[in-house]
Design a protein around this ligand. Structure first.
Ligand SMILES: Nc1ncnc2c1ncn2[C@@H]1O[C@H](COP(=O)(O)OP(=O)(O)OP(=O)(O)O)[C@@H](O)[C@H]1O
Ligand SMILES: [Mg+2]
Length: 295
């Protein structure tokens, strides 16, 4: 190592510049104020899409990105509960201002209806609402706009694919075969809709006993990773079953905020880093590189 005369210490300031996803194809105009739209979906309900979407968004923000969240679950908006938000939306005279929490810009149908109000709409109205969430909201300087998709593989993903260029989709699965089968279908659907797969996250992957540290594979082991390998898509990571994740969802303080140094939060952060890497690769319009991580 060579010393530099007159220099006793060096401060290195690291910064990151997130590139914009290539878009504007197929008549879909890229979104002002947004560099990359990331969809979080699954083939099944209740596997933890919203939990993963919210914690990923916070993990991306924690590493310096500016991040927004669209709650695309119009009929069952859960994002406001998970982020502990009760808010009335305002406008700047022209556009709807997104609500803000934990540094995230957020929009949800939950801000427009009462907590228990049923939302009974026909399909085209749903498409209209989604369009508005993208186009009529004043998104500002976002590196990532994370879209929490509703359960099922249908109309919202189709609507999304027709509305904006999507950098890619993350599919959340649990390890058991019934969830994996549905995840394969979800992956195939994104492919059909020309939404690149960013990868698979296996949620509720294992239970680490807080008393003895023993890890139990309640829903089986290795399914998500195996499926990723089969489909040639990246495996972004495993998130354990962890009681504070559920508690944080219910109380509106997500794990990345309440226990940022816990192993489960670190799993979210690692998955977010891998997803961000895949977004960068996608933004260069190169094919994705399958990643494998070992627990
Ligand atoms: N890794 C985890 N550990 C513990 N609890 C979890 C975990 N992931 C999700 N949960 C809990 O499981 C429940 C379902 O999660 P969530 O609402 O995120 O699923 P979803 O796939 O978005 O559901 P829906 O299909 O209804 O939109 C929530 O109570 C959440 O707190
Ligand atoms: Mg959900």
């Amino acid at each position: 190592m060579q010393l530099l005369p007159g220099v006793t210490a060096v401060d290195v300031a690291m910064s990151a510049r997130v590139r914009e996803a290539v878009g504007g194809d197929g008549g879909r105009q890229s979104l002002p104020g947004v560099k990359n739209v990331i969809a979080v979906g699954a083939g099944k309900g209740g596997v933890g899409k919203t939990t993963v979407a919210v914690n990923l968004a916070l993990a991306l923000a924690r590493s310096g990105g500016k991040v927004g969240v669209i709650d695309a679950d119009i009929y069952g908006p859960n994002v406001p509960i998970m982020l502990g938000m009760k808010t009335q939306l305002t406008t700047d005279g022209e556009k709807i201002m997104p609500a803000e929490k934990y540094g995230l810009q957020v929009i949800s149908m939950g801000f427009l209806t009462g907590d228990d109000a049923p939302i009974i709409w026909r399909g085209p109205m749903l498409h209209g609402a989604l369009q508005q969430f993208f186009r009529e909201v004043k998104w500002t300087d976002l590196d990532y706009l994370v879209v929490d998709l509703p359960p099922g593989t249908g109309d919202v993903a189709l609507s999304l694919s027709q509305t904006v260029p999507v950098a890619g989709a993350i599919v959340v699965t649990t390890p058991q075969q019934v969830s994996l089968a549905d995840s394969r279908r979800a992956m195939a659907m994104y492919k059909k809709l020309n939404i690149p797969p960013l990868g698979i996250i296996e949620n509720m992957s294992y239970f680490a006993c807080p008393s003895c540290g023993h890890e139990a594979d309640i829903f089986g082991h290795g399914g998500g990773e195996q499926m990723a390998a089969e489909l040639g898509v990246p495996f972004l990571g495993r998130i354990p079953i962890y009681q504070p994740i559920r508690e944080g969802s219910d109380t509106g303080v997500p794990l990345i905020i309440s226990e940022p140094d816990s192993p489960a939060a670190r799993a979210f952060i690692a998955a977010a880093e891998r997803a961000a890497a895949q977004v960068s690769i996608a933004s260069y319009n190169r094919p994705t590189i399958p990643l494998t991580v070992i627990k």
